[in-house]
Design a protein around this ligand. Sequence first.
Ligand SMILES: *[C@@H]1O[C@H](CO)[C@@H](O)[C@H](O)[C@H]1NC(C)=O
Ligand SMILES: *[C@@H]1O[C@H](CO)[C@@H](O)[C@H](O)[C@H]1NC(C)=O
Length: 319
Amino acid sequence: MTGKLLLVFLPLLPFTHAALKIASALSVIEWTPEKIAKEDFYNGSVTISNGGVPNLFSDTTIDLASNAETQALRNYASHKNLRIIYTVSEVAYRIVADKKKVPTLADLKGKKIGAVPGTSSAYFVQQMLESPVTSGGVGAKKGDYTVVTGNQCTADPCASGTLPAMLKAGTVDAVGFWEPTVELAARAIGSENAVFYQNFTVYREIFNLHTTAEKLADKAKRAEIVEFVRALEKALQVFRDSPDKVYKRAADAVGMKEELMKAVWPVHKWTGTLPADLLSVLVQEDNYVAGLDRRSAMSESVLKGLIDGSVLEEARAGL
Ligand SMILES: *[C@@H]1O[C@H](CO)[C@@H](O)[C@H](O)[C@H]1NC(C)=O
Ligand SMILES: *[C@@H]1O[C@H](CO)[C@@H](O)[C@H](O)[C@H]1NC(C)=O
C-alpha cells in the first residue's frame, strides 16, 4: 500500500530545493566568483550573506562558508566537523615598500611592517621575514622587525589609519596585506617608487569553500552543494579565461573601481581545485595559529580530517 502511494505521489512532488545559504567575507575580492556562480551558473536559489567559517557553527542553517585557511584552522580546533571542500583562489600576498628605503628583501630587517595580527596578513609577514634566506625569506628573528596594525582600504582616497595612508606618512616602512590595499599603498607613495616582495612558495593565501560533516551527510543538501561547486567551476573558468567579462561585476561586488580590479587581478590565481600540498601547508601554519590561540598545534593526522575531496570529485564526475 505504502509502496503504491509512493509510486503515485512521487512524480507529483514538486522538485524544490531549500535555498542554499552561504556566509562569505563580502569585502574581499576572493568571494566574487561565488556571486558570478550564483547569478550565471547555479539553477537553485542561494543567498550569500556577510560572514565566514564561524557562522557555520553559530547558525546551523548556514550550509557553506568561505575564508582563508587561517580561519579554517582557528575554527577546526574546536569544531572537528568543519570541512574544506574546494579552493576558490590562491593569492601570493605582496609586501610593498619604497624602493629607496627597502631596496632588497633583506632590508626589511629592522623595519616597521603594516599588517593585521591574527589574520593571514600577519602570518604572511612572519613567513616572509622569518623563513631562512635559503627558503626565500629574510632570515630574521622575532624582534628583528615590528608589526604595526592598520585598516584596509578598497578605494582612493585612503583615510588616515589605513595601511596605504600609514605608508605614505612613514608610520610604517612597508605593508604586507591582501589586495587592493597593497596596490593602493603603492599608489599612495607613487607606483614608480614602489617595490613589491612576494613568493608563492613562502606564502600564498588559500581561500576555500567550507561546510560541515553534517551537511555532507544530508543527501539532499549534499546534492545542492555539489551543484554549487559545479557552478563555481564554471565561474572560475570565466575568471581564468575571459576576465574581461567579469572585471566590472567583481569590482562592483566589493566597491572597487574596475581599473583597480584589473590592476590586482594577476595577483590572484583562480585555481578552483584542492591543492596537492594543502595538508602540509595547514600542518605548518597551525604551529602559528596554535600559538595565537594558546593551544597546542594539531597533528597531521587530525588536520587530515579537515579536508574532504569527495564533493569536488563528485562535481567533476557528473560533468
Ligand atoms: C539550468 O537550467 C537551464 C535552463 O533551464 C538548463 O539549460 C541547464 O542545463 C541547467 N543547468 C544545470 C546545471 O542543471
Ligand atoms: C621563493 O622561495 C623559494 C623557496 O621557498 C626559493 O627557492 C625562490 O628562490 C624564492 N623566489 C624568489 C623570487 O625569491
